[in-house]
Write a protein that binds this ligand. Structure first.
Ligand code: COA
Length: 329
């Protein structure tokens, strides 16, 4: 038994932060940001009372509406995020409470930008084993909560938002999530992309605040190199394992970090740019949110057809990376 996506949804806050706005806050230019990243604007969840669980709640409600089911039918909720409302309780539990999914258990999964791909793969195992019939998988991040808006090298890259899916047993053989390859490299990755404080190593203190240790820290050049190689490698591996040629692929849905990383991955796969999903110019990098947002947009535009072959690929902090091959039901 395979697991198939039966509903998609997304949530993006209304408030736009454009490159022009950033020009007024930082020593940067629209031209620099667009050339280096492909990003023109991103969304910001400005209401200080609202956090990641608010976005997850909005996504979860839409998923139930679209699938026309009651919250009580959901058996498991996995939220992929690295910006939970708080360390505990989990944002998945908060989401379960918001929608009243009284029969679901819920947990968060943190694989940074690969969070949704890791969570989707995890959720699929519960369907394939016959343990559950309806699982909700959400990827969402309020990146503005951990961005240093005086640091031009990171503040320009990220935005707030998320998306999600419902996973159920596929109706037909040969449809749904057909293959996946997931990887981690904590040895190389841990020093290049991290939020140093707020955990058990450096609990919050005056010192951690003074040293700006509660913000995202990144060596952009190192991460860029690793992301290009790893995403292209895993995409190629998935194609080879499943005897897929570039022409067989309906859409490549890559993590939206940087247009240059997206284009390099597509080039290595030999996939025409017209099949490569990119919305990084409008939303920036929403971390665990990027891939489910892309899926929801494709779905809204009526572009996902019975039998469409999709490849999802991601790369993020950890390092974590991975790819999923799914045939749309
Ligand atoms: N505006 C203007 N100049 C900037 C800038 C900004 N927003 N940010 C950095 N610069 C400057 C740097 O200070 C540097 O100046 P210097 O040469 O005088 O030292 C110069 O631009 C080049 O910086 P560099 O970091 O080498 O640029 P880059 O071409 O590697 O692009 C990133 C920077 C961050 C866009 C790129 O490395 C990247 O996208 N990395 C991956 C990040 C990512 O996606 N992370 C999420 C994980 S999936």
């Amino acid at each position: 038994m395979k697991a198939a996506i039966t509903a998609t949804a997304k949530y993006l806050p209304d408030s736009i932060l454009s490159n022009r706005d950033l020009e007024k806050m930082l020593d940067t230019t629209d031209e620099w940001i667009v050339t280096r990243t492909g990003i023109s604007e991103r969304r910001i969840l400005r209401d200080p009372e609202k956090a990641t669980s608010y976005m997850c709640g909005e996504i979860a409600r839409q998923l139930l509406e679209k699938r026309k089911i009651d919250a009580s039918e959901i058996e498991l909720i996995i939220v992929a995020t690295m910006t939970p409302d708080m360390l505990f309780p989990s944002t998945a539990c908060l989401t379960q409470g918001i929608i009243g999914a009284v029969n679901a258990w819920a947990f968060d999964l943190n694989a940074a930008c690969s969070g949704f791909v890791f969570a989707l793969n995890t959720a699929a195992r519960f369907i394939e084993s016959g343990v559950h019939k309806k699982v909700m998988v959400i990827g969402a991040d309020k990146m503005s909560s951990i961005l240093d808006f005086t640091d031009r090298s990171t503040a320009i890259l990220f935005g707030d938002g998320g998306g999600g899916v419902i996973l159920e047993p596929a109706d037909e053989d040969g449809f749904g999530l057909l293959d996946s390859r997931l990887y981690s490299d904590g040895k190389t990755g841990q020093e290049h992309l991290l939020m140093p404080a707020g955990g058990s190593l450096h609990p919050a203190s005056h010192e951690t605040i003074d040293k700006k240790m509660h913000y995202i820290h990144q060596d952009g050049r190192q991460v860029f190199k690793s992301a290009v190689i790893s995403m292209a490698d895993v995409a190629e591996e998935i194609m080879k394992r499943n005897n897929l040629q570039a022409d067989d692929i309906a859409y490549l849905v890559p993590h939206q970090a940087n247009q240059r990383i997206i284009s390099a991955t597509a080039e290595r796969m030999g996939v025409d740019q017209s099949k490569v999903i990119s919305n990084v110019s409008r939303f920036g990098n929403t971390t665990a949110g990027t891939i489910p947002i892309c899926l929801a947009e494709l779905d809204e535009q009526g572009k996902l057809h019975h039998g469409s072959n999709l490849i999802l690929v991601s790369f993020g902090a950890g390092y974590t990376w991975g790819g999923i091959y799914l045939k749309w039901q």
